[in-house]
Design a protein around this ligand. Structure first.
Ligand SMILES: NC(=O)c1ccc[n+]([C@@H]2O[C@H](COP(=O)([O-])OP(=O)(O)OC[C@H]3O[C@@H](n4cnc5c(N)ncnc54)[C@H](O)[C@@H]3O)[C@@H](O)[C@H]2O)c1
Ligand SMILES: [Zn+2]
Length: 401
């Protein structure tokens, strides 16, 4: 064979990474130093940017400004809209421009992002790109942001109709969680966040599922603040939150850069993106994920690996936390099979679909057929119409036979 190279060089390096997620109650109390602290403990100086979600600005804006004023910090503020339709490259550039304007440095003046998953993703991406990557601090203010985005190393924006098509891996050194910040969320946003908690329960935490089953409506009404009258040891809101964060951290840590494309945390996220993007802004992310979780359970039950009784339990629990188990788009086999093809492209030509053997126990499959997907779509139509997903109900003969 003809030799084409005359010399070669290899650069090989490893980069250790650790980042922390801290629960810090009363984050906006000027007595609490955590929000103003630099994540790596060094002394700062220099102006920092605080990016605040628009709704959060309306509710907590004065307290946030008051906090930094009381601590004599030199801050600049930028307000950005939430909602997935605003998760765009334009918003990233907007943040980067402001970082430039105030002279943000490479390390000493990390910006702070206070808001939901959208603001976190936009600021995370801007920080990941600015000077090829600067540290920042994440303060999630939605349930979804606190239990899911809080642990993630990823950020991204929607692009040309695809979810998270552009993005980077750039986790911030510190994420601060204050559960009271989500007490002001609309009920629907709490339900949406619970969609990700139910996913975590289904893939690895049967105890978490039991909690959702037992306390679902209370968790929703109390917005996970544990204000209900119970024994002092019983804190279902806090326990759900801790279990969801711990489960996510455990799963991500072993495969942070996603070199292994078999990820159980993708459960509920295989078919739902196609539905979510088509329905935008009608369906929220966690709402679509909950439907994706039900769809996965339907596929599992129809394969005979999950008991139908468990599927019914899952549907009931999804409903009890204010989520819909199905949607007309989940009854459209064409959309779902397109989503499957897109997933296969994303997973390097493999399906690697996570299915359930039981609540909390998963298996991977690589041989899902288009007929199976169509069959499951038919079951999703039955569920949408309030019928039982059991096969004897669903297997109605077509009228022309
Ligand atoms: N990077 C990741 O790994 C990761 C993980 C999970 C989710 N996400 C992304 O996050 C997005 C969804 O996040 P989200 O559900 O937080 O949506 P969001 O950021 O759009 O927030 C939802 C709504 O709640 C409002 N809001 C935020 N905090 C509030 C508060 N405390 N009180 C009242 N209203 C408040 C916002 O203005 C918005 O209207 C999706 O784009 C998803 O892809 C990313
Ligand atoms: Zn998700």
């Amino acid at each position: 064979m003809q030799k084409t190279t005359v010399a070669s060089w290899t650069v090989s390096a490893t980069r250790h990474i650790d980042y922390e997620i801290l629960e810090s109650p009363n984050l906006l109390d000027p007595e609490n130093p955590d929000l103003a602290a630099l994540p790596y403990g060094s002394q700062g100086g220099g102006r920092r940017l605080v990016v605040i979600d628009e709704a959060v600005q309306g509710i907590f804006g004065d307290r946030i400004r008051g906090y930094f004023a009381a601590r004599n910090k030199d801050m600049d503020y930028l307000t950005l809209p939430g909602g997935d339709e605003h998760k765009t490259l334009d918003q990233v550039v907007h943040v980067a421009s402001r970082l430039n304007e105030i002279g943000t440095r490479r390390a000493g003046t990390p910006p702070i992002a206070i808001g939901g998953g959208v603001v976190q993703d936009v600021v995370g991406m801007a920080a990941g790109l600015y000077r090829r990557g600067i540290p920042y601090v994440r303060v999630p203010t939605t349930l979804l942001g606190q239990i899911d985005g809080s642990v993630s190393a990823k950020n991204g924006v929607n692009f040309e109709g695809h979810r998270n098509r552009l993005g980077t891996f750039a986790p911030p050194p510190r994420t601060l969680i204050d559960r009271t910040l989500i007490a002001t969320l609309p009920r629907r946003q709490i339900s949406s966040g619970m969609g990700e908690i139910i996913k975590m329960a289904l893939i690895k935490d049967a105890r978490l599922f039991d909690l959702l089953e037992a306390y679902g409506p209370d968790l929703l009404t109390e917005r996970l603040q544990d204000t209900g009258i119970r024994t002092s040891a019983e804190k279902p809101g806090q326990e759900c939150m801790h279990r969801a964060i711990a489960g996510m951290a455990e799963e991500l840590q072993k495969n942070l850069w996603e070199t292994d494309l078999r990820r159980i945390v993708d459960y509920g996220h295989t078919f739902s993106p196609a539905v979510e993007m088509r329905a935008l802004p009608e369906i929220l992310h966690g709402e679509a994920v909950a439907m994706g979780c039900v769809f996965g359970a339907v596929l599992s039950a129809r394969r005979g690996i999950l008991r139908y009784g468990q599927l019914e339990r899952i549907i009931k629990t999804v409903r009890s936390i204010g989520l819909e188990p199905s949607h007309p788009l989940f009854g459209d086999p064409e959309i779902l099979n397109d989503a499957l093809s897109e997933t296969v492209r994303h997973r390097d030509n493999h399906q690697h679909i996570t299915l359930l053997r039981d609540v909390g126990i998963t298996t991977f499959v690589d041989d899902l057929t288009t007929q199976e997907v169509a069959g499951a779509a038919a079951t999703m139509v039955s569920i949408l119409n309030g019928k039982s997903p059991l096969p004897d109900v669903e297997l109605e003969l077509p009228s022309n036979e």
